[in-house]
Design a protein around this ligand. Sequence first.
Ligand code: C2E
Ligand code: C2E
Ligand code: C2E
Length: 91
Amino acid sequence: GGAAEPPPKLVLDLERLANVPSDKAGPLQRYTATIQSQRGDYNGKVLSIRQDDLRTLAVIYDQSPSVLTEQLISWGVLGADARRAVQVDEG
Ligand code: C2E
Ligand code: C2E
Ligand code: C2E
């Protein structure tokens, strides 16, 4: 505890996500499509998601949030700043 700064916003790059092979990114592609549909937010190049969504996605991918975050950063779907969201969560 004791983090002075708020967690960074988790902003997914949807154009990068669309270019990741769906055998890897399929679950995340379906998850983001569902959020876009529920919000009526169809035309964005990026999508801000909840901190809780990262935990949910980690369950879907059967990985820890920090390992999943590294994967998303390596795909270019999340910025490196997202690491701090996981540190806040796990700290
Ligand atoms: P909900 O969770 O009952 O939220 C209802 C409305 O409250 C949202 O309608 C939105 O106008 C507002 N709202 C809730 N949380 C936030 C927030 O953190 N920031 C902002 N700016 N507004 C917030 P909206 O956007 O039409 O979404 C409808 C429903 O779609 C939500 O109902 C929720 O069930 C789902 N949803 C939308 N975006 C997300 C998301 O990023 N993650 C998840 N897990 N569900 C989402
Ligand atoms: P920001 O959060 O830094 O977002 C910058 C820009 O990224 C937004 O410009 C928008 O073009 C894009 N963006 C970010 N998240 C999403 C998303 O989930 N869907 C889509 N379609 N685009 C997204 P925009 O819309 O002109 O907003 C400028 C700033 O206004 C935002 O900066 C934020 O500070 C504020 N803002 C806009 N909408 C909301 C909101 O629903 N909740 C809160 N708290 N702030 C908002
Ligand atoms: P944001 O809109 O700037 O909201 C920042 C944080 O304020 C959210 O982080 C959440 O902790 C809190 N918050 C804002 N509005 C609500 C609300 O209506 N209900 C509750 N329970 N908390 C609220 P969080 O959840 O990590 O979401 C991060 C960003 O994801 C939001 O930034 C927003 O850009 C987007 N987002 C999340 N849920 C929704 C949603 O339902 N609809 C839309 N349009 N955007 C959402």
